[in-house]
Design a protein around this ligand. Structure first.
Ligand code: SAH
Length: 495
């Protein structure tokens, strides 16, 4: 039995990208994970299948587990030989009671390690365009917390000292306390005109910011209906936001983009959209189901046409040989994504058309390769017949390798909710349109529909779905470009 140990791990302020590498490694090897409410979405996705995942935070309506119970639970699990990850929002030692938990573990003689996290008091302001220190005028920063009970405002805090503090104040506390806190600071002599900002849900898709001065920030936050979790920044740096704000200046900020392609294929598109500032909701409508197939030796063909990255991947899996098997064969790819997948398998495609559709590939293939040639088309079972038909018309002997089937992926509750909030719905193939609509997916009236190309657009029309944007280049980059251009054109230009 391995020796039990507890890791006190910070999960950062909410953006999954701000989780540390160490935190992900530990989650992936944990026997038990005790987690709080303020951890990023998907933080536990990498946990091993059999791991015990236990929520120990506060949930509205539910009595929270007392700190002593959490401590006892960690000690018991570790003594039973488990690797325990105690996962907390932000940094475990910044207002997270991580110190108390470490004390309890030390007292019990249980080995533990501490894994720092990105604290909300630095990251939420940063995502709002506020550096908590600055060479001009903010050479110190104070992290301050108070009780959640507005009736007992922070007897532990020395308001005079905070009012005199020569630097930025970052308050971790309920916005309900803000009126009282501002009042105390003003009464103790802090400058009423000093810039202030409240950042709610910092680093998360719903991040909101309210700006003001120390004298009016409480009122403004209340008027804006700001709720937890939020940090308040008081200091001249709060005014830098006007210049430095970057998050909301990204081209797709505020857009919620639904990605309907198979979950296994979604990450490239999702990543590009997120980088442009969009909130991405994965609403996979399809799944790739490999088909059992026996392939003729590649040497028996003069030309092999690949029509999708999946086709390339599954062809090599089914073949069970490497690139050398195709040494004497001409290879054509329908588009750059397929060519890239070929390259990953060690093959440089001989032909890639300018238009990434069957007709484009047909036009790019010279007659000498076709007349009398033996050609394999490696593709999905349900693909259009335009390519094999066209090849046959031009005198080729064509085999089809149906490597996979595209099947419907039923929409789960999270996908349905995501789709309902979408401002853009993207379709990367006819099958994504067909299966999304057939499985009862509702494209919101107000959402813009984006199609990768004319075939997908035609399928959408057949299903009565109006396409607002069609990519000029029929690949993922082309789709992202078209969506981004549409969003830019629809933005009300700043007055
Ligand atoms: N250990 C955490 C803080 C826990 S105390 C850390 O290092 O960040 C909880 C308080 O942190 C909340 O009341 C709020 O003030 C702040 N907080 C946590 N996550 C936040 C977020 N994403 N945006 C703004 N404030 C946040």
């Amino acid at each position: 039995m391995s020796r039990g140990i507890v890791f006190l791990v910070g999960a950062g302020p909410g953006d999954p990208g701000l989780m540390t590498r160490r935190s992900l490694e530990l989650i992936a090897t944990a026997d038990a994970i005790l987690y709080d409410r303020l951890i990023p979405p998907g933080a536990l996705d990498g946990a091993p299948d059999g791991a015990e995942l236990r929520f120990v935070g506060k949930r509205p309506g539910d009595p929270a587990l007392a700190q002593a119970e959490i401590n006892a639970l960690m000690v018991d699990l570790a003594r039973a030989g488990k690797r325990v990850v105690r996962l907390k929002g932000g940094d475990p030692f910044v207002f997270g009671r991580g110190g108390e938990e470490a004390e309890a573990l030390a007292a019990a003689g249980v080995p533990f390690e501490v894994v720092s996290g990105v604290t909300a008091g630095v990251a939420a302001p940063a995502y709002a365009g506020i550096p908590v220190t600055h060479r001009d005028g903010a050479s110190a920063v104070a992290f301050v917390t108070g009780h959640e009970d507005p009736e007992k405002p922070d007897s532990a805090l020395d308001w005079e000292a905070l009012a005199r503090f020569p630097g930025t104040l970052v308050l971790y506390m309920g916005v309900r306390n803000l009126p009282l806190v501002a009042e105390r600071l003003l009464a103790a002599g802090r400058d009423a005109t000093e810039a202030a900002a409240v950042v709610q849900r910092g680093t998360q898709p719903g991040q909101r910011i309210v700006n003001g001065t120390l004298s009016d920030i409480a009122e403004r936050a209340e008027a804006a209906g700001v709720g937890p979790p939020a940090v308040t920044v008081i200091g001249p740096v709060a005014g830098l936001r006007e210049t430095i704000a970057w998050l909301e200046r990204r081209p797709l900020h505020g857009e919620v983009v639904a990605v309907t392609r198979a979950r296994a294929q979604a990450s490239g598109l999702a990543g590009r959209l997120r980088e442009l500032g969009a909130e991405v909701v994965e609403t996979p409508a399809i799944r790739i189901e490999p088909l059992a197939i026996t392939l003729a030796p590649p040497e028996s063909y003069s030309l092999i046409c690949f029509t999708s990255p999946n086709g390339v991947r599954l062809y090599f899996e089914a073949l069970g040989r490497d690139a050398r098997a195709l040494g004497g064969v001409t290879v054509a790819a329908i588009g750059p994504g397929t060519a890239a997948e070929l390259a990953r398998n060690g093959i440089h495609a001989d032909v890639v058309p300018e238009r990434f559709v069957a007709e484009g590939l047909l036009a790019a293939l010279p007659d000498r390769l076709l007349r009398g040639g033996r050609i394999l088309v490696a593709r999905a079972a349900e693909a259009r017949d335009a390519l094999p038909d066209g090849l046959r018309e031009r005198g080729a002997d064509v085999d089809i390798a149906a490597l996979y089937e595209t099947v419907a992926e039923p929409l789960d509750e999270a996908a349905r909710e995501g789709l309902a909030r979408a401002t853009y719905v993207t379709f990367t193939s006819s099958s994504t349109v067909r299966f999304l609509l057939e499985s009862g997916g509702k494209v919101p009236q107000s959402a813009r529909v984006v199609s990768i190309g004319p075939i997908t657009t035609a399928t959408a029309r057949e299903y009565g779905l109006e396409v607002d944007v069609e990519a000029e280049r029929h690949d993922i980059d082309g789709l992202v470009d078209a969506l981004t251009a549409d969003a830019a054109a629809r933005r009300v230009p700043a007055a």
